[in-house]
Design a protein around this ligand. Structure first.
Ligand code: FAD
Length: 481
């Protein structure tokens, strides 16, 4: 039972998109993830942008996969129903020097065949985005760029893969792999043993360590931290399109992002750090970010700030993605250095890894029982009054509001739990509960009650995000269990 054709390390967007590309074939696929849920690595903390395809040349793998990934997002959304909007991307120049760089990026965009890319005058840019500073001199417009909810996208990939018989095991840390009798024997820190014909290393910030566990290439992942600041949905600064500055060095700069769910985000920074787990935000970076964002959109204000977070890009020397068969060990595909635009590229990365596995000898035979899509459940906050009434008749829990800020119902929380999200953060990322203005002050206790009721477990057993992040130290008064 523990024998597979392909084993993927990591349930971030890279590993899960690979699982989704593979699960249309007659294969036994296993995904091992050391965290307790999908998308808890780099995938949970990013800007959520589906990039426009003009930042990188076609000579880079990330440039090619970004363009193909952008194209595939529409098709994936139709089948999997995650929040994604092609709101368009604007790049704004404020100096003559920046204008010259804009022209370079426009030429690159044309070469990359970015659909509808436009070189814009000041007037055209202000017509496209009225929130922009009147000091703007001109810029670029890429109408096919957009925004996505990265965790909902990742969860949808996981659901589709599981629906097509892919095994995803959480709380399983891969610690070693040995090539024996033309198969890999894989061990986890939790004591499991699996075998697989092929391995895909999609371990994000830890791809260097996982490569070492299999005796494959030695390389280093350098974490590059990005801080992001989330503004209330009532912020007047929310633009209609993603607003980029002209990029410098390795960074695309500080952006103003109209997130998929109606809030506004400003960020990220780009700072090389040592500790892969560092996730703090700092006052100095906050001040810098707001100053840079205000330069582009003057109505951006710290007064609207509701929360901040950071994540680290898994960067490698050379800056490109490293997706290739290992030259040192057999049947092993490296998918490392997947920094930005790794989210945008992910559907194309999955396809690309599938092709690499085929070239390495994996037989890809279409599975006639393949299910290509997921059922759609409209969130309560998007329902009309009539739809909500009909839902209430079916199950009153669907109109019992638990998270007031984001209008999330008990029915949606229960649905998340039944789909396997049993930590506070897992439920938050799946439903958006706790992501609004009060940041979970009102709903966290109620969610804990629903968790205990639905799972029959004790209050003390629940965590914020797995491991030892326990939510309560003793019994809640009156809720002894
Ligand atoms: C601040 C910031 C902003 C960004 N903005 C954008 C953007 O707007 N658009 C865009 O396209 N890209 C963006 N990116 C990049 C994008 O987020 C990443 O490229 C992408 O999420 C990488 O996904 P992944 O699956 O490769 O890695 P991860 O999501 O990190 O997944 C790897 C998984 O492997 C697991 N793992 C590690 N070691 C082991 C082991 N030994 N055993 C089992 N499991 C293991 C980890 O727990 C993790 O869940 C941004 C990144 C950052 C940090």
């Amino acid at each position: 039972m523990n024998e597979y054709d392909v084993m993927i390390v990591g349930a971030g967007v890279t590993g899960l998109a690979t699982a989704c590309s593979l699960c249309r074939y007659k294969l036994r696929i296993l995904v091992l993830e050391k965290n307790c849920d999908a998308a808890f690595g780099v995938t949970k903390a990013n800007s959520g942008i589906v990039h426009g395809g003009f930042h990188y040349p076609l000579t880079t793998l990330k440039g090619r996969l970004e363009i193909r990934g952008n194209q595939l997002f529409g098709e994936y959304q139709k089948r999997l129903h995650f929040p994604f909007k092609r709101c368009g991307i604007i790049l704004a120049a404020f100096t003559e020097e920046e204008l010259a760089k804009v022209k370079e990026l426009y030429e690159r965009g044309k070469k990359n065949q970015v659909p509808g890319i436009e070189l814009c005058s000041k007037e055209r840019l202000l017509q496209l985005e009225e929130k922009l500073s009147k000091d703007v001199l001109g810029g670029l417009y890429a109408p096919e760029g957009g925004v996505v909810e990265p965790y909902k996208y990742a969860f949808a990939l996981a659901e589709l893969a599981e629906k097509n018989s892919c095994d995803i095991r959480y709380d399983r840390e891969v610690i070693s792999g040995t090539w024996k009798n033309s198969r890999w024997e894989i061990h986890t820190a939790q004591g499991d043993c699996f075998t697989s014909k092929y391995i895909v290393n999609a371990a994000g910030l830890y791809a260097d360590r996982v490569s070492g566990c299999f005796g494959a290439e030695e390389f280093a992942i350098h974490p590059r931290k990005g801080e992001e600041y989330l503004l209330d949905r009532l912020s007047p600064a929310r633009p209609s399109k993603v607003v980029f500055p002209v990029p410098t060095g390795h960074s695309k700069g500080v952006l103003v992002i109209p997130t998929c769910d109606g809030t506004t985000m400003v960020g990220p920074t780009a700072e090389t750090i040592r500790d892969k787990e560092e996730n703090c935000t700092t006052e100095i970076n906050r001040k810098n970010i707001f100053a840079l964002a205000k330069n582009m959109i003057p109505s951006v204000s710290e007064k609207d700030l509701i929360t901040a977070f950071s994540g680290s890009r898994p960067a490698m020397d050379g800056e490109d993605f490293y997706i290739a068969p290992s030259e040192k060990v057999p049947a092993f595909i490296q998918a490392a250095g997947i920094q930005s635009p790794g989210l945008t590229a992910s559907p194309a990365t999955g396809e690309y890894i599938c092709e690499l596995l085929k070239k390495e000898g994996l037989t890809l035979e279409e599975d006639p029982s393949y299910i290509p899509d997921l059922p759609y459940q409209k969130p309560l906050r998007e329902m009309t009054k009539e739809e909500a009434d009909a839902m209430h008749k079916k199950d009153p829990a669907w109109t019992n509001i638990i998270c007031r800020c984001e209008k999330i119902s008990e029915g949606e929380i229960v649905d998340a739990i039944r789909k396997g999200h049993t930590t506070l953060d897992g439920i938050k990322l799946y439903t958006r509960s706790g992501m609004g203005r009060c940041q979970g002050s009102f709903c966290s206790g109620k969610i804990l009650e629903i968790l205990a009721r639905e799972t029959g477990r004790s209050y003390q057993s629940f965590t914020k995000r797995g491991a030892a992040s326990f939510l309560t130290a003793g019994n809640l008064k009156g809720k002894e269990k």
